[in-house]
Design a protein around this ligand. Structure first.
Ligand code: SF4
Ligand SMILES: [Zn+2]
Length: 126
């Protein structure tokens, strides 16, 4: 599915009508596609979406590259598909910012500092 595909909506999946429950229905599909500045908002909507799992599964199966699905971004690197999480690696509840070269790993400096502290504590305890 492309970003335009989100606006068009695919037909119901064979295993059910999960798309009917999509939290992104009615939102601007560009937020999930090319508009990197709006991706955090798209991810925030994905985080509260009841069909996050089947959506991501379908995205992987169909190779929906460059589009946010289930809070992840599917990309192809050296001909291999990867799903990049756009959710904070520490708190796991907030979207990350888009940067000039990609996406931040944390939602903000507080989570980044907390993650560094935790790593330090783990190393000290080992
Ligand atoms: S997980 Fe995100 S992209 Fe998928 S249906 Fe829900 S809101 Fe839309
Ligand atoms: Zn965070």
């Amino acid at each position: 599915m492309t970003s335009a595909g989100i606006a068009q909506r695919p037909g119901p999946a064979p295993d059910g009508h999960w798309w009917d429950l999509a939290a992104c229905a009615g939102s601007d599909p560009e937020w999930w596609g090319d508009d990197r500045a709006m991706r955090p908002l798209a991810v925030r909507i994905c985080l509260g979406c009841p069909v996050r799992e089947p959506c991501l599964k379908e995205a992987v199966l169909s190779g929906d590259l460059g589009v946010v699905r289930g809070g992840m971004l599917l990309v192809e690197v050296h001909r291999r598909r990867q799903a990049i999480s756009l959710v904070c690696a520490f708190c796991n509840t907030q979207p990350v910012r888009a940067t000039r070269t990609g996406h931040a790993r944390y939602c903000g400096s507080r989570c980044q500092a907390a993650s560094t502290r935790r790593s330090r504590e783990r190393r000290a305890a080992a």
